[in-house]
Design a protein around this ligand. Structure first.
Ligand SMILES: Cc1cc2nc3c(=O)[nH]c(=O)nc-3n(C[C@H](O)[C@H](O)[C@H](O)COP(=O)(O)OP(=O)(O)OC[C@H]3O[C@@H](n4cnc5c(N)ncnc54)[C@H](O)[C@@H]3O)c2cc1C
Length: 481
């Protein structure tokens, strides 16, 4: 009854066409991309403009109705679906998907939060510019979700995280007030940088409704190579050397273990192995430049690879000679998440350590898994240039089905690996966000003072805990104030 009433009120606030509450209409929004997290809600609301978002939040905040924002629902840590309480609303931004302005002279683009990332990349290219945020879920994820999670992806080594690409934001605060910070200035030292408070806040402080974003010159020349190595140490050393050799041109540096590569080849449609014998470690390298030709860039890359190939540091290499070959190499990389899901039960750890410590991390994590969980296969893929690894402990579906306490085992495996990263000055979460999955790790690994400041900010902006409750921050009852 209560749920029905909430849905009716939402229809009054945003129009009947923008609210659904039939089970079949809501169900795709109530389960996450990996199908590991589910929730319930009174209804799913699809606002069409900032005024509607403002009305919805003001009403919910005043009436104790929790609000769970959702973008493309591709995040993989339980933040994009509501909790199990049911008397909440899911606020999906998908109908706010207009590009408001592209200003090539200003190298900026101002867009609504529900725009799909791939559509923004396309629109930038049409304006002879580039929006460099690139990740496997780009065909579904929304820029609002990217901002809320401070998404990374494969171009961070050159262009930074989403945070580095945001010039200004429009945000509806939990009480319905609108903060219009849509500016495209590169410099603005007038007080606190509020936009950075909302980037990465995962919908706990308000709803991002629009953003001004940085554009870059469209690349004219691209060179892509897949390099093979016998050791992870050789792979990391080669990556560090390439970063020095191609400053400003190195846009992608992705590490892939043999186990991950073969999983992707097994499960990804039309994936082709460019090697006769898959090396133990591979690095996918991409260079891009706004002048010159792809052939000239590929020649320079080939030249740079000669010395390490002669010493045997690089054991095999493929340099893409066509757009098709380049696409094939990236296809293997971008297919890993889906392929891992088909392979078995992969416990994914999105850790980061200083790049030069990656070999230490891989060695220590491998030894710890072999000792405590010998049935797990280490599967590794990651944004090597940022020190960010997706370290996956892969179990067969058959083994996992028989694990009596899955939650506990997942936590134990994770803490084993996170402890190793933490001891190296690393983090348990470099991308994807905290969601509901990693709240416990926030208590375990974050500094108490840091957590206390975060809690104070949350209490200040959202005293009624209207926005995305139970996400990111440990409960206030933990005494973190
Ligand atoms: C195949 C695949 C590859 C991926 N690769 C990467 C990668 O390389 N790097 C990376 O960082 N991530 C990656 N991800 C994770 C995911 O795509 C990103 O976290 C993405 O930024 C989430 O965007 P979304 O629109 O799907 O957000 P959702 O999943 O819908 O939501 C994510 C969080 O943001 C909040 N939120 C969403 N929209 C708003 C808004 N407008 N205002 C306020 N809060 C909001 C939600 O409440 C939730 O807490 C990948 C996922 C998949 C499935």
């Amino acid at each position: 009854m209560e749920q029905q009433k909430i849905a009716e009120t939402m229809r009054e606030l945003v129009g009947a066409a923008n609210v659904v509450n039939a089970a079949a209409d809501m169900s795709p929004h109530l389960i996450d991309w990996r199908k590991r997290h589910t929730g319930t809600a009174a209804c799913v609301v699809f606002p069409r403009n900032v005024e509607q978002v403002s009305r919805v939040l003001a009403h919910c905040n005043a009436n104790g109705i929790k609000v769970f924002p959702q973008g493309g629902n591709t995040s993989v840590c339980g933040g994009s679906v509501p909790d199990a309480s049911g008397n909440s609303i899911l606020l999906n931004l998908g109908k706010m998907n207009r590009i408001l302005e592209i200003n090539a002279n200003d190298n900026s683009m101002t867009v609504e939060a529900g725009c799909i990332l791939a559509d923004l990349q396309e629109a930038a290219l049409e304006a002879d510019r580039m929006f460099p945020l690139t990740l496997g879920a780009e065909g579904s994820c929304q820029i609002g979700g990217n901002i809320a999670t401070n998404a990374g992806g494969t171009n961070v080594v050159r262009f930074g995280n989403t945070r580095d690409l945001v010039l200004g934001l429009q945000v509806v605060l939990p009480d319905g007030k609108v903060w219009n910070g849509l500016r495209t200035l590169r410099k603005n030292n007038s007080g606190y940088d509020l936009k950075n408070l909302f980037v990465g806040s995962e919908g706990t402080l308000g709803v991002v409704t629009a953003a001004s974003l940085k554009l870059f010159p469209k690349p004219r020349a691209v060179a892509t190579a897949l390099l093979g190595f016998d050791t992870v140490d050789a792979a990391v050393q080669a990556g560090i050397a390439l970063q020095s050799a191609f400053p400003g041109e190195l846009v992608g540096l992705e590490l892939i273990s043999q186990s991950e590569f073969e999983i992707s080849l097994r499960h990804a449609a039309k994936a082709r192995n460019p090697f006769q014998h898959t090396p133990l470690w591979m690095v996918l390298v991409e260079l891009a430049a706004s002048t010159g030709t792809s052939e000239a860039l590929a020649d320079r890359l080939t030249e740079a690879l000669e010395a390490p190939s002669e010493t045997g540091a690089i054991v095999d290499a493929v340099i893409a000679s066509s757009e098709q070959q380049r696409g094939d190499l990236w296809h293997i990389r971008h297919s890993v998440t889906e392929a891992n899901g088909r392979e078995g039960m992969g416990l994914t750890h999105d850790i980061a350590v200083p790049t030069y410590r990656i070999p230490d991390f891989v060695a220590q994590a491998g030894a710890a898994l072999a000792e405590h969980y010998p049935m797990a296969v280490p599967v590794i893929v990651g944004h090597m240039g940022d020190g960010n690894l997706h370290y996956i402990a892969m179990f067969t579906h058959e083994f996992w089905a028989q694990v009596p306490d899955k939650m506990r085992m997942q936590r134990d495996v994770s803490h084993l690996l996170y402890d190793i990263a933490a001891a190296m000055g690393g983090t348990f979460s470099a991308e994807h966000g905290i969601g509901s999955l990693h709240v416990e790790e926030m208590s375990r690994y974050k500094d108490a003072q840091e957590l206390a400041m975060m809690r104070q900010i949350k209490d200040l902006l959202d005293p009624n805990d209207t926005m995305n409750p139970g996400r990111v921050l440990p409960p206030a009852s933990d005494g973190l104030r």
